[in-house]
Ligand binder design. Sequence first.
Ligand code: NAX
Length: 327
Amino acid sequence: MRAPVTIAVTGGAGQIGYQLLFRIAAGDMLGPGQPVRLRILEVEQAMPALEGVVMELHDAAFPLLASVDTTADASVAFEGADHALLVGARPRGPGMERGDLLAANGAIFAAQGRAIQERASDRIRITVTGNPANTNALIAAAAAPDIPRERFSALTRLDHNRAIAQLSAKTGVAVADIRRMIVWGNHSATQVPDVTHAVVAGRPAVELVERSWVREAFVPTVANRGAAIIEARGASSAASAASATIDHVRSWALGTPEGDWTSMSVLSSGEYGVPEGLVSSFPVTCADGEWSLVEGLELDPDVRAQLDRSIAELADEGEQVRALGLL
Ligand code: NAX
C-alpha cells in the first residue's frame, strides 16, 4: 500500500460534502490503491452535523480511509494537504446583492488561500467548487502568491459532463463514446458549452446535430441546468457536483485518456483572447499531475461571441473583487 495522500475538504457538512467525502474515501478520486487522509474544514455552527458525517464515514469501514479529522481552523485543515477541495462557500441570502456575496466569499477564499500557502504540502493542488467558483479561485490564488498559479483551478467539469449528457441523449450514442467536449468561460449562465470539436463515436458532432439545436436547445439547457435542478429538486445539484469534483481531481492527478481532453477553469495566460490573470474554463489535457491547455483550436463564430460575453462577466467580477482590495 502507498502512503496516504492528505485531502482537505471545506464545507463537509453541506450537501455536496455529504456525497463527496464518501466517494473520496471509497477510492473513486485517486484510485483503488491510494489510501487517503481526510481533513474537513467547517464553520463552528456546522460542527455537530459534521460529527454525524464523520460517524457515517467510520461506519462505512472504507479500507482506503486512513484517518478523518475535523476542524474550524483553516491552518489546521490545510496542514500538509496534497489536495484542497474548496467546496464550502457563503450562499446568497435574501436581499443580498451580488457585490455582498463577492465580499463575503472573498474574505473566506483569501483567508483559505493564505492558510494553504502557509501550511499545505509542496504538491498542493487546489480545486474550487464553491461559487462564484472562478472568481473565488482567483481570490485564493492572489492570496497565495508563492504557490505556482497553475496549481489553482475551479470546477467547470459539471458543466462539461452536463454537455456530454445532452449530446449523448440527442445522438443516442453512449457518453463513453463522446470525446473532445469543451466548456469555455465562467461557471455561470454565460458559460459556453461547445460541440464544434466534439467527436461522437468517431464522427464530428457537427455532422450529427443541427446548428439550430445547438443554439436553441443544447447551449441554454446546459447553461441553465443548475436552475432546472433547483426547480425540480428544491435544492441545488449535489451528487452530480460531487461526482464532477471527483472527475476533475482524478483527471488532474491521474491524466486524461489518449485522444481526449476535459474542461477545467484555470488562470489564463492570454489564450483564446481571455485576458491574462482571469480564471476561465478551457480544454485541457492532463498527465503526470499537470494540466496543459489545448491550444490552436479554431473558434466557431457563435462560440467566439458567447465566449466574449463570458469573459466580460469574468472581468467584471475581477474588477469588483479588485475594488474590495482582494486582488
Ligand atoms: P451547502 O450550503 O449545503 O454547504 C456548504 C457548506 O459550507 C455548509 O455546511 C457551510 O457551513 C460550509 N461553509 C461555509 N463557509 C465556510 C467556511 N468559511 N469554511 C468551511 N466551510 C464553510 O452548499 P452545497 O450545496 O454543498 O454547495 C457548496 C458550494 O458549491 C456552493 O457555493 C454552491 O453554489 C457551489 N456549487 C458549485 C457547482 C460548480 O459546478 N462549480 C455546482 C454545484 C453547486 O451549486
